[in-house]
Design a protein around this ligand. Structure first.
Ligand SMILES: [Zn+2]
Length: 408
């Protein structure tokens, strides 16, 4: 593990502190029954701002081989909303760019092939790149050719030399995860065909700050991007952010259309102007964030402890990384929350990092009938409420933690 002394993107010194979440366990590292007695490593989690290029980032880099090990429990295909979102994105690009049997669609961090399978169905050659063994194996089963490795500048050059350059490169929720930010973007530049496009999705730092989504901060997320910071990053590698779209997914994201030719559109110009007007490119924008995070902590503890004091029973929904950050930073343990439910069968039977709350399947909600369920996966609130209509109909209530704790 290493603490950075200079900006991950531009290399400038003088990073300014924004928020310190203390020492937390790895948010994706669910604990097994056997592991409960063993040691659980914790790492500092502190957020900083680079005044030179505007990039918000965490200071620590946990080595990728520690973070993304074989046991990595996240399979993309477990969320319906995400699957629909990905399919619509793929079909739109296929139509817009007239892709066919001589094209190549590449996805970086292709997981279980949840996105590329939409290209395969249309007879378009694909290549997935992902270091996680389990998901890569699942991808191969559905016809998504997958290189089980990390994407690097060297791998991109090798593929380009072999004549495997891409018409479309997808990179969803991965750019923020890579320690070598510049190497990754350089790789995209060499892998893209002259007229190709990289379609990259990242959580938007402005949504994070404005909606107090501090639980989206964890060790896997090294960078928290603004359009300003991204524009600097791409230009350094001869790439241009030509088009951008704001998306509601994951609490507010950006979909970036990046190419080797400069054709900057109105969508980019207006978001850059908005960021300048709001001050997203300056430290002042981030100054009171820590105070608002402390406010959520105080409010949520008060709410949960109050309910508990009235004899109410509490559970939580969503054993995802953001849930781990939330319960560990706030200090929500088995004394408050009896159990967590999650649809991902991989996670069931394990325990939340740090707080060791047991994880069950969603059926357990109807069996145990807790009075309140804390929505740790608040980004899928609508989907979860639709699936759990029976629980609410039976009198159960959901609690959303951010931007301020409230009972739905
Ligand atoms: Zn910087």
């Amino acid at each position: 593990m290493a603490e950075i002394t200079a900006c991950r993107s531009c290399g400038a010194a003088g990073l300014e502190p924004v928020l310190d979440l203390g020492r937390t366990p790895l948010a994706d590292r669910l604990v097994t029954q056997a592991g409960l007695a063993g040691p659980e490593p914790r790492y500092p989690l502190a957020v900083a701002f680079c005044p030179a290029c505007g990039l918000v980032q965490i200071r620590e880099t946990v080595p990728p081989e520690v973070l993304f090990c074989e046991d990595y429990p996240y399979f993309s295909s477990f969320s319906d909303a995400l699957l629909r979102h990905s399919r619509a994105n793929a079909l739109e690009l296929i139509a817009e760019r007239g892709l066919g049997p001589t094209s190549l669609a590449v996805e970086l961090a292709s997981n279980d092939g949840y996105l590329l399978k939409n290209y395969v169905e249309q007879g378009i050659p694909v290549l997935g790149i992902d270091p996680a063994e389990g998901p890569a194996r699942e991808a191969e089963k559905i016809g998504v050719t997958t290189l089980q490795t990390f994407f690097t500048a060297a791998l991109a050059r090798q593929l380009a030399d072999e004549g495997r350059r891409a018409d479309v490169i997808h990179a969803n929720n991965v750019l923020a995860h890579v320690a070598d930010t510049n190497g990754f973007v350089a790789g995209i530049a060499s892998l893209l065909k002259e007229e190709g496009v990289a379609v990259i999705e990242v959580p938007y730092v402005r949504d994070l700050i404005e909606h107090v989504e501090f639980d989206t901060i964890y060790h896997e997320h090294l960078c928290y991007f603004s359009v300003t910071a991204l524009d600097h990053l791409f230009r350094r590698h001869g790439l241009y952010l030509n088009r951008v779209r704001r998306l509601a997914i994951h609490g507010g994201s950006l979909r970036l259309y990046v190419a080797r030719r400069e054709r900057v559109g109105e969508s980019v110009r207006s978001l850059l102007a908005e960021e300048r007007a709001a001050g997203v490119d300056r430290l002042d924008f981030y100054r009171d964030f820590a105070t608002r995070v402390t406010g959520v902590k105080r409010g949520l503890l008060e709410l949960l402890r109050g309910l508990k004091a009235q004899g109410k029973t509490l559970a939580a929904y969503g054993a995802a990384a953001k849930g781990a950050t939330l319960i560990n930073y706030i200090g929500i343990g088995p004394d408050l929350i009896d159990f967590v439910v999650d649809r991902n069968t991989f996670k069931q039977g394990r325990y939340m990092p740090g707080q060791h709350i047991p994880i069950y399947g969603p059926d357990h909600l109807l069996e145990a009938r807790p009075d309140y369920v804390l929505l740790l996966a608040w980004n899928f609130a609508e989907e979860i409420r639709a699936q759990q209509a029976a629980y609410e109909a039976a009198g159960g209530r959901f609690i959303v933690p951010v931007p301020e704790p409230r009972v739905l």
